[in-house]
Design a protein around this ligand. Structure first.
Ligand code: DX5
Ligand code: ZN
Length: 223
């Protein structure tokens, strides 16, 4: 199970330090929540901040960009140029999904598609052979610290079956990432459903404990 920390609930005035803490704790994915104030009702950061983080953190960590933006077709290259290794785009925000996932791959990044809680998996299945990851949102995107929506179980199980089928036929393995409300109390259940990559925000970055202690609790839950 890959744990991809989301820094949304970290101290944003000290973003590089928050990311460094995650890297020092052994987490080599960083989930970067890019919001444009249009597709979602919140604004975070974009390519210049990501570029600065890449400079501060070095080449080691995988920068996993979760683009909650309306113009990914026009702007994805800026995120790759800023140092993102992986780009995930929302099916709800893209008109020509096949064209975009192909373009992201050709530009040298790995690629994912994201489904909001109310979006069926069908569109993602149409590009399953072209992508590296599917991100199932288990909250409505826009804010950290929301509660996990349990009805995503059916989608995850169906998706896992479709991926297993693709792999059995010699096709590409696709990671299932879940984002929103993932905590120590539900992460083992997600693994049982077939999830291979969990975004964890407030479960890691909160005022109750240090990141390293929160991570130990999550690892314990996965034993
Ligand atoms: C929501 C973001 C998530 C979120 C995760 O729009 O995509 O990455 O911040 O935070 P938690 O784990 O607190 O739900
Ligand atoms: Zn996210």
């Amino acid at each position: 199970m890959i744990i991809a920390p989301s820094v949304l609930t970290a101290d944003l005035s000290d973003l590089a330090n928050a990311c460094q803490k995650a890297v020092d704790a052994g987490l080599d994915w960083l989930h970067l929540d890019v919001m444009d104030g249009n597709f979602v009702p919140n604004l975070t950061f974009g390519p210049p901040v990501i570029k600065a983080l890449r400079k501060a953190l070095g080449d080691g960590p995988v920068f996993d960009a979760h683009l909650m933006i309306t113009n990914a077709e026009q702007s994805f290259q800026q995120y790759i140029d800023a140092g993102c290794n992986h780009i995930s785009v929302h099916v709800e925000a893209v008109t020509h999904l096949h064209r975009l996932v192909t373009a992201i791959r050709e530009a040298g990044a790995s690629v994912g598609v994201v489904l909001n809680p109310a979006t069926p998996i069908d569109a993602a299945l149409e590009v399953l052979s072209e992508i590296d990851l599917i991100l199932i949102m288990s909250v409505n995107p826009g804010f950290g610290g929301q509660s996990f929506i349990p009805s995503v179980e059916k989608k995850i199980r169906r998706l896992n079956a479709a991926i297993q089928e693709q792999v059995s036929a010699g096709g590409r393995p696709v990671q299932i990432q879940v984002d929103g409300g993932v905590k120590s109390h539900n992460i083992a259940m997600l693994r049982d459903w077939g999830v291979t990559n969990c975004v964890v925000g407030s479960g890691l970055f909160n005022d109750s404990r240090a990141l390293i202690d929160n991570l130990a609790i999550i690892h314990k839950a996965l034993e």
